[in-house]
Design a protein around this ligand. Structure first.
Ligand SMILES: Nc1ncnc2c1ncn2[C@@H]1O[C@H](COP(=O)(O)OP(=O)(O)OP(=O)(O)O)[C@@H](O)[C@H]1O
Ligand SMILES: O=P(O)(O)OC[C@H]1O[C@H](OP(=O)(O)OP(=O)(O)O)[C@H](O)[C@@H]1O
Length: 327
């Protein structure tokens, strides 16, 4: 049995964004040829002979899943939805991996007089020149526009024209959705009226002098299965997901150990349980005078826990990162 996995190129393997490479390492895989910025097309997972890995561009990953070229892949939900607008089925989500969070949004220049997409269409209803919208997601954009109340009032059920390079589809040439291959924000400065793009921190929009009108969808990275992932491949896929999910969950926790006097160990344990500063309950190892207490704690709760245990004169506090956490 060999399962073929597609691993993402681009933002989802960027050290400051997705870093899928680190996720695999944290999950215990020995990955070679997938170091961020230095990826090879064939990636080696040295400690699991059942996995064959290829680099994939998220834009093309759903097509590869639908054609059985890869059995499973890590990809953003936005690209899976973009692919499945016109034909549902084929790709199934094994699970969300809780990173690579973005929103797909509609944006216009910051000084525009519109506060919604409906208002945009209503205020532009007498325009003589076509409305131009650039995006990397023409299918989702067309669907969203056709469901918009303002669009329906002005254009009814008429299908906006979509152009993907030389390929043109649709009938309403007063609203044209044009495929972009990146740097989408810049099209506004070149004369476009709208863009649909993904945003994370919002800095690209701000830099381009744009403001969001509305959110089309939220996206994050997940493990997806294609048509060829059945039977034992699906079993293997679920095992891979568990490994990866354990590693993403672990990123949110610290493993903390500290000492307190034996006579207050149980009081401190109650304090930790009552405040949700542990997973199930603290582990207590008693010595002759001191007890070592061990908890798994959510990272954002650590500062307040530290403050709390200082009141019990906790000493030798040690905080470690967690590599794998299966709840
Ligand atoms: N700034 C970001 N932070 C985290 N994830 C992102 C970010 N930008 C895009 N993504 C996600 O990464 C995936 C790929 O995004 P996108 O299509 O923009 O390509 P890219 O990663 O920028 O690569 P390329 O430069 O090849 O276009 C998408 O699922 C998207 O939601
Ligand atoms: O909200 P932000 O944190 O600024 O992130 C969002 C930007 O990141 C991605 O672009 P990228 O920089 O990868 O370039 P691209 O537009 O050419 O894909 C994405 O397409 C957005 O433009």
């Amino acid at each position: 049995m060999e399962i073929v996995i597609g691993l993402p190129k681009g933002s989802l393997n960027n050290v400051n964004r997705g870093n899928t490479y680190q996720l695999f390492k944290d999950a215990g895989y020995e990955v070679r040829g997938y170091e961020p910025g230095n990826e090879s097309y064939e990636i080696n997972i040295a400690n699991d002979e059942e996995i064959k890995a290829f680099l994939t561009r998220p834009q093309s990953t759903p097509v590869e899943l639908n054609r059985g070229m890869v059995d499973i892949a890590i990809v953003g939900e936005d690209w899976v939805k973009e692919e499945s607008v016109s034909h549902e089925g084929g790709i199934t989500k094994i699970g969300d991996l809780d990173y690579g969070q973005t929103r797909l949004i509609v944006a216009v220049p910051v000084d525009s007089p519109y506060f919604s997409l409906s208002e945009f269409f209503r205020l532009n209803k007498d325009r003589k020149t076509p409305i131009l919208c650039f995006t990397e997601y023409p299918n989702l954009t067309r669907k969203h526009i056709m469901e918009n109340d303002g669009y329906k009032e002005v254009f009814g059920d008429s299908i906006p024209l979509v152009q993907v390079r030389g390929l043109v589809d649709g009938e309403n040439d007063m609203v044209q959705i044009i495929n972009s291959d990146g740097a989408t924000e810049v099209y506004i400065a070149k004369g476009a009226d709208l863009i649909v793009d993904n945003t994370q921190t919002g800095s690209s929009l701000k830099k381009a002098g744009l403001v969001e009108l509305e959110t089309i969808m939220h996206s994050s990275a997940g493990l997806y299965a294609g048509v060829s992932c059945v039977d034992e491949k699906m079993e293997k896929a679920k095992m891979i997901f568990e490994q990866l999910y354990g590693a993403t969950t672990a990123r949110k926790y610290f493993d903390v150990k500290f000492n307190v006097n034996n006579d207050i160990a149980l009081v401190v344990s109650d304090f930790l349980v009552d405040n949700g500063y542990c997973s199930d309950e603290p582990t207590i190892n008693s010595g002759s005078k001191f007890s070592q207490i061990n908890v798994l704690i959510e990272k954002n709760k650590f500062p307040e826990m530290l403050n709390g245990i200082k009141k019990y004169n906790a000493s030798s506090v040690v905080r470690n990162d967690v590599k794998q956490y299966v709840k």
